[in-house]
Design a protein. Structure first.
Length: 115
């Protein structure tokens, strides 16, 4: 059974930090590109960041470059998103995503940034 379980969301003031984690199971984690997406109220789901299978190549949405860092631990089957200098516009549900032979999604974790 494939599972992607996100954690680490919450309420934080603007300028603060949060670290999201995603624990994966049920598939060959190290063979998948892992990523984070987000969906703000009333908007579509958008790309935030991805990391390749080995962890040495990452990509980011322009609005989070320099503030967010994605990383993965293949031994622990986890992927993280370190979010610094958070802004109210970062408020959204954040979803973990696995892209490979089949795509998988987590249930999401809420991040709320107050001004």
């Amino acid at each position: 059974q494939v599972q992607l379980v996100e954690s680490g969301g919450g309420l934080v003031q603007a300028g603060g930090s949060l670290r999201l984690s995603c624990a994966a199971s049920g598939f060959s984690f190290s063979s998948y590109v892992m990523g984070w997406y987000r969906q703000a109220p009333g908007k579509g789901r958008e790309f935030v960041a991805t990391v390749n299978w080995s962890g040495d190549s990452t990509s980011y949405q322009d609005s989070v470059k320099g503030r967010f860092t994605i990383s993965r631990d293949n031994a622990k089957k986890t992927v993280h998103l370190q979010m610094n200098s958070l802004k109210p516009e970062d408020t959204a549900i954040y979803f973990c995503h696995a892209r490979g032979r089949t795509d998988f999604w987590g249930q999401g974790t809420q991040v709320t940034v107050s001004s």
